[in-house]
Structure formats: structure tokens, C-alpha cells
Design a protein around this ligand. Sequence first.
Ligand code: THU
Length: 159
Amino acid sequence: MKKLINQVELEQYAAGELSDEYLNLVEKATEALSGSYSPYSNFAVGAAVLTEEGTIIKGANQENAAYPSGLCAERTALFYTSTQYPTKKIKAIAVVVQKPIGRFPFPCGSCLQVMSEFQEKQNEKIDVLLVHPNTSEVLLSKGLDNLLPHAFKKSHLSP
Ligand code: THU
């Protein structure tokens, strides 16, 4: 037996330490919370995607009485971005939650998988910013490998 150890590298910023560009992105993700439709979980999530040209696309979680028909905030924003701007590269995505859950809001596996797909497609890393709802500190992952090191990729479909 041998242990395979993956090092994870995340950066933690006080709100005041962020660049203006990322501070603005966090602000937009916070604005997106008002678009959350979450009557079942009462757990509002907001996301904002930043493209390489500086366009910002907001997304919020959308729930449904048929529970699996809903969609997370991150994928709402990412799919809209890819539909409206199929050739634009994504520089970053910020995620915020409304409830003071006392932790950074790590995205679910499906959203990380989708982020990973976009990163592979554009061949450039996507910064993921997670905003602590109690302290407004920001956890930054430069690329998806730190959050989903074993993502399933297109290249895995063939030997
Ligand atoms: N949710 C997100 O929007 N993003 C995530 O990464 C995790 C969960 C939403 C889905 C559902 O509307 C609510 O949060 C509770 O799971």
C-alpha cells in the first residue's frame, strides 16, 4: 500500500485585501441573492461570473416543487454565460450565501464538475472565490484542482 497525498492550496483574504475587480465581483454575487428562488430550503445562494473582458453574469439558485428540477446558483450563472458568450473565457466565479452558516460556502460536487469542464474547455484556470457569510473573508482557489482534484474529464472518456 502507498498513500497518495494531494496538497491543497487555498488563499484566505480579508475583504479589504481583495483587488477592486474581485471586490466588485463579490458585490455582484451578493446582489444576485435577491434573485434566489429557494422556498424549500430557505438557503439563498448567489453567484457571479467574471469573463476575461470584464463582463459579469449573475446567477442564483432556483428551486422547484419537483426538487431535482432546481439548479444551483453557480450552474445557473455558468450555463447562462456559456450560452450568451460561448467564446469568452471565464476568469473567476464568486459564491455567496445569505445564511450565517459560519463557514465558507464550498460549492457542491456537480457545480465543481461544471466549473472543471469550463476550465478544461478554455485551457485557463478559473479563480473560485468563496465568501464567508459571517466575516466577509474570502477563500480563493486558483483553479479547480484544489477543490476537485479528481474531476472527470473529457480525456477520461477514451483510453
Ligand atoms: N446550492 C447552490 O446554489 N449551490 C451549491 O453549490 C450548493 C447548494 C443550493 C441548491 C439548493 O437550492 C440550496 O442551495 C440547498 O441545497
